[in-house]
Design a protein around this ligand. Structure first.
Ligand SMILES: [Zn+2]
Length: 319
């Protein structure tokens, strides 16, 4: 079955679609963070297929594309020259170059279902305790497959960039802190020839939050260990800290890169907040000032070629 037509670089989803997407975010990390629990359920899978009362739902397998770490399995044909595949290949380079990470050979498998119904049937049957989400990134055990599950849809490029970023990070690092994992995925999900595009609605909400008295707090983010406890505002703040560290100064950038370097070999390096405050004692104030400079209207920041998708819905990701 051929996928429906779409514009690769046109992302301004309607509110209803965005709502489902934010659910997808939480689900992705939920699946990842509770990966060990998923193993039990996964044992019920026989050869990638699961039996339901009425039908057999299989993992996509007929069409396979492999490129470096990326493996995309689908039941409809995707040309290897597809812009979507090219964009994910470029994303791998962007992630490794920007974060100074080695190119891992550990594969990240994307199971791309033909439509939302088929995908939902598979997820419901395979992981019956998980809430409905539009995409999942799953790492069942430390040495197990890095898998992305999703279906073809209007936001497929953005969703795949977000989830593939999780896969790339988990392939190269020991398990990153939840908030940073999500902040980096949010950062790299924005397509473009250059990284660092700004989601204007997020920037607008952050700026408005400052005006209302909110202040960023990296220590609070570091205390979040369950994705269901992460609100959409937390995702925004996580993204903002990543953007601040990568773009505000060479010092902040180096703090993040050094932390990620240590995370390649250490499961529990000293906290990023501690390092950041040691290098820049007034980092929180500088972060607040930085947020105030983010563009909320006008041309994309940092040369991004698209207008980032809007995000205005507070997730209700908790079960
Ligand atoms: Zn995520």
């Amino acid at each position: 079955m051929r996928p429906p037509a779409r514009k690769w670089f046109d992302t301004s989803p309607p509110e209803s679609t965005r709502r489902r997407r934010e659910w997808a975010r939480s689900g992705a990390k939920f699946a990842c963070r509770l990966g060990s629990a998923l193993v039990v359920t996964a044992l019920l899978i026989l050869g990638g297929c699961v039996a339901t009362s009425n039908e057999l739902v299989s993992l996509p397998a007929r069409n396979s594309i492999e490129s470096d770490q990326l493996i995309v399995l689908s039941d409809f044909r995707i040309p290897s020259t597809s812009p979507l595949i090219g964009d994910l290949k470029q994303l791998r380079q962007q992630v490794c170059t920007t974060l100074d990470l080695p190119y891992s050979s550990r594969p990240v498998t994307v199971y791309l279902f033909k439509d939302e119904l088929t995908y939902t049937q598979y997820i419901r049957t395979t992981y019956p305790k998980l809430p409905e989400r539009r995409a999942y990134f799953v790492k069942k055990t430390p040495g197990d497959e890095l898998a992305v599950y999703t279906s073809w849809g209007e936001q497929i490029q953005e969703d795949l960039r977000h989830e593939f970023t999780h896969g790339l990070l988990h392939a190269a690092l020991q398990t990153p802190p939840l908030w940073l994992d999500e902040g980096l995925a949010e950062y790299f999900e924005v397509p473009g020839l250059q990284v660092g595009g700004v989601n204007r609605n997020d920037a607008n909400r952050l700026t408005q939050g400052l005006a209302d008295g909110w202040r960023p707090n990296i220590h609070r983010l570091e205390g979040l260990t369950e994705v269901d406890k992460m609100s959409r505002a937390d995702y925004r703040e996580a993204w903002a800290w990543v953007h601040f560290m990568l773009h505000s100064s060479p010092e902040t950038r180096q703090v993040l890169l050094t932390y990620l370097h240590d995370l390649r070999t250490s499961k529990n390096p000293s906290p990023l907040s501690k390092r950041l405050m040691a290098a820049i004692p007034n980092a929180t104030e500088r972060m607040s000032s930085y947020i105030a400079t983010l563009p909320v209207t006008g041309a994309p920041m940092s040369g991004s070629t698209i207008l980032p998708a809007s995000a205005t819905v507070m997730p209700t990701g908790a079960q």
